[in-house]
Design a protein around this ligand. Structure first.
Ligand code: RM4
Ligand code: MN
Length: 393
């Protein structure tokens, strides 16, 4: 499969042209580890400047037309105005991410806190996020909870599930007809003994109980080492319960490195299940989002690189010869089946993507185009002074 034939190229590039990847507002801001945040020059000072950066990424890649917000990091007085500004820049506002993990009240949890007053406050924040969605036109409410415990006996594991279910129910019932609740899971951290939504099974069970507007979101960095994420993708897609992805890479824990950097083969395997499930089309409703932090590398080029990494994995997945694969699988021909997959994975899809970009009126090399654009020199000069945005690590 080193030289895909013309009909194959046509099919693949058409699918790639329609692909949509959402970038996260927080990836444009300063971030770091619990040891140190290294500030960078030209970093946005407010949500408007984050959106301007996201729009630049979209101008160069052509496939990143939405930007996710995180509340309260992106709180503004007038969300309709923010949405208008985004449209003027050529992008729209995407998922609204709730944040119930950075307030002192949440030391023992947010929606599962033993104190009903704290739970009320956390649920009210979730409801506020849906209010914001109404104003921004966002479809998705994305929920990640840091809730859990550090010590055996610290709290009642089962009661915390009851509290979680009650909170999710309130948020779910507040959703409009075209809105969704996407529930994220994470193995551990910041809680180290129990986590209230630690895995896809827990998230899936809660989403099933809630109803059709609740779906699971897979953050690729939120699993134990060696977890077969493509299995989870296949299972949830089949069940109609996959809402989207938070893409990033991990070596050890929730590293939030660039997607496709640590394990491009895993990303390919994930995208293969997406293609297999016919879920790449925007109408399939899967949100392909990045959730990353660029602590030491320049942020905008890193986000461009991440978008390109997703495109490359997708292109390879689209090149899998589905008929040959199915035939080999039916025949029990293990080696051929594996070879079909590996042929696609080993294809250099970069020339095809460069051609597609040229067809779309874009520079074939978005990273070089960014370097030439003068954008960085401009934001470095314009954004001197003021308080740089960051998530306060
Ligand atoms: C969490 C989770 C959420 C993200 C925050 C910043 O670990 O992945 O999706 O919004 O981090
Ligand atoms: Mn995430």
């Amino acid at each position: 499969m080193t030289h895909p034939d013309a009909p194959t190229r046509q099919r693949v590039t058409q699918a790639l042209r329609n692909q949509r990847i959402e970038t996260p507002s927080w990836a444009y801001a300063n971030s770091g580890t619990r040891f140190k945040v290294f500030p960078q020059e030209g970093v946005p000072r407010d949500p408007y400047e984050k959106i301007a950066d996201a729009a630049m990424v979209h101008r160069l890649t052509g496939v990143a037309p939405t930007v996710a917000l995180h509340i309260p990091w992106d709180r503004v007085d007038d969300y309709a105005d923010l949405a208008r500004y985004a449209t003027d820049q050529g992008v729209t506002l995407g998922a609204i991410n709730a944040n119930v993990f950075q307030d002192n009240d949440y030391k023992l949890g947010s929606v599962t806190n033993p104190d009903p007053g704290v739970r009320r406050k956390a649920i009210d924040h979730l409801l506020e996020c849906v209010d914001i969605m109404d104003r921004t036109g966002s479809r998705d409410l994305k929920l990640w909870f840091s809730d859990g415990t550090n010590y055996p006996g610290q709290d009642d594991i089962r009661a915390r599930q009851d509290r979680l279910a009650a909170a999710l129910r309130e948020a779910y019932d507040r959703l409009g007809d075209d809105q969704r609740l996407l529930l994220e899971y994470k193995l551990f951290e910041p809680a180290f003994y129990t986590t209230d939504v630690p895995d896809w099974g827990t998230a899936y069970a809660h989403c099933l109980e809630l109803g059709p507007k609740a779906q699971v979101v897979i953050d690729t960095g939120h699993h134990a080492p060696g977890t077969n994420i493509e299995f989870i993708v296949a299972f949830l897609l089949r069940a109609g319960k996959l809402g989207g992805f938070d893409f990033n890479s991990r070596f050890y824990a929730d590293d939030d490195l660039m997607v496709g950097a640590a394990d491009p083969f895993q990303l390919f395997r994930i995208m293969h299940e997406i293609v297999r499930g016919d879920a790449l089309r925007p109408e399939a409703g899967i949100a392909f989002m990045l959730d990353q932090c660029h602590n030491i590398e320049p942020k905008i080029p890193a986000i461009i690189r991440s978008v390109m990494n997703v495109q490359e994995a997708t292109a390879k997945a689209l090149l899998v010869d589905a008929d040959a694969l199915a035939a080999a699988q039916r025949a029990g021909d293990v080696l051929t089946a594996n070879a079909v997959l590996m042929d696609a994975y080993h294809t250099d899809v970069r020339p095809m993507l460069a051609e597609l970009r040229a067809d779309m009126g874009l520079d074939p090399d978005p990273i070089a185009a960014y370097a030439r654009s003068g954008y960085f020199a401009r934001i470095r000069a314009e954004r001197a002074g003021g308080q740089q945005a960051g998530w306060g690590a």
